[in-house]
Design a protein around this ligand. Structure first.
Ligand SMILES: CC(C)(COP(=O)(O)OP(=O)(O)OC[C@H]1O[C@@H](n2cnc3c(N)ncnc32)[C@H](O)[C@@H]1OP(=O)(O)O)[C@@H](O)C(=O)NCCC(=O)NCCS
Ligand SMILES: [Zn+2]
Length: 325
């Protein structure tokens, strides 16, 4: 029996990191990587590796120079040492071109957002009522003792809150090397955001986000495949790991296509609090069991989280997108 393989952002991420030195997103740009084949090292320059016509004739010129020419004005030359200028930041995972102003600025912005999260301030609060922002949990206690609140927003919201959410999702997609969610998916989704107070009373920080999508069906994860004839669907987690799913579609009301917590706030229970909030409020008047929630593509960290939270289903995000178009 056939085994279907779904290629997900978990697997494509590895490739993209190598082939695309920076920004895959429209607003983000980068310089092309340096063309190594055209570069020469200083060793090459002063060795016999160069064609003789291009080799500097140092000895001959010195011997033939008349004494008076030694007084000639000297010019300071600056050598650019040949080395790769594409850097991959270990903090945010972004590959960018060092020395290219636009790339460096983009990296600085992305790095800060990935580590500390984005701000939620007065402007957002002013627009909150109009945008239908709902507080679904308050006094949410994290493992470090800090307390935050969770707000829920329609994922296709417009206006100031819409711009903020777009910027947030852009950062999340960029960090996951995932493609943007289509308008049709956003239309049936809600974003849950955990806000933490800052030293400035009018400002909070967005430290985590879950996109919760209304879906029809998902597949059960099969832990091992003792039944060799099982017609499984393989969902990639990363380049070395994958999860097998039973292709029988199970009615499933809630899918999680994106989940992200800023790196300085991980393992504090932020993702768990956001998933609990989504499961409790996504379907009005019905608290969903984690077993009735599915993740789409995921990562290694995501699998740990899924297991701990009790999620046992996955769904194909690309399939739901094409179906809902
Ligand atoms: C995956 C992610 C959202 C988890 O967020 P989080 O706020 O750190 O998760 P929680 O603190 O709620 O973790 C809950 C449980 O999940 C497990 N877990 C989460 N991250 C883990 C990790 N990196 N390694 C091992 N276990 C992990 C733990 O069992 C944890 O409970 P415990 O700390 O009591 O043992 C976060 O690591 C992240 O944003 N990663 C980058 C984006 C990503 O990979 N998203 C998933 C793809 S959709
Ligand atoms: Zn960085």
């Amino acid at each position: 029996m056939a085994t279907k393989v779904r290629h997900t952002y978990g697997s494509s991420r590895q490739n993209r990191k190598i082939t695309a030195p920076s920004s895959p997103i429209s607003t983000l740009s980068s310089s092309p990587p340096p063309n190594d084949s055209k570069k020469r090292s200083l060793d090459d320059f002063f060795s016999n590796k160069l064609p003789s016509a291009k080799r500097p004739k140092i000895e001959k010129t010195e011997k033939q120079q008349p004494q008076k020419q030694k007084q000639k004005t000297l010019t300071q030359l600056h050598f650019c040492i040949d080395q790769s200028i594409v850097r991959t930041c270990t903090l945010c995972g972004l590959a960018y071109t060092k020395g290219a102003d636009e790339d460096e600025a983009l990296h600085k912005k992305q790095c800060a957002r990935v580590q500390k999260g984005m701000e939620w301030g007065r402007e957002e609060e002013k627009d909150a009522m109009k945008a239908g922002v709902q507080e679904v949990a308050s006094g949410v206690k994290l493992k470090d003792g800090k307390k935050g609140r969770i707000v829920c927003i329609r994922a296709d919201v417009k206006g100031k809150i819409g711009s903020k959410l777009s910027a947030l999702l852009e950062t999340v997609n960029f960090a996951l090397s995932a493609s943007p969610l289509s308008q049709s998916v956003l239309k049936v989704s809600k974003a849950y955001i955990l806000l933490l107070p800052t030293a400035i009373p009018t400002r909070e920080r967005i430290i985590g986000c879950v996109v919760a999508q209304s879906i029809e069906t998902a597949m059960a994860i099969v832990t091992s495949s003792p039944d060799a004839s099982a017609d499984t669907v393989i969902m990639h987690v990363d380049h070395s790991t994958s999860i097998s799913c039973d292709p029988i579609p199970l009615p499933t009301p809630l899918g999680i296509p994106r989940i992200f917590v800023s790196s300085s706030h991980r393992l504090l229970g932020v993702a768990t609090a956001l998933l609990n909030a989504a499961a409790a409020t996504f379907v009005h008047g019905c608290v969903l069991d984690p077993g009735k929630v599915a993740f789409s593509q995921t990562t290694g960290d995501g699998v740990h989280l899924m297991r701990k939270w009790g999620c046992t289903r996955m769904y194909d995000e690309d399939k739901t997108e094409s179906e809902s178009r």
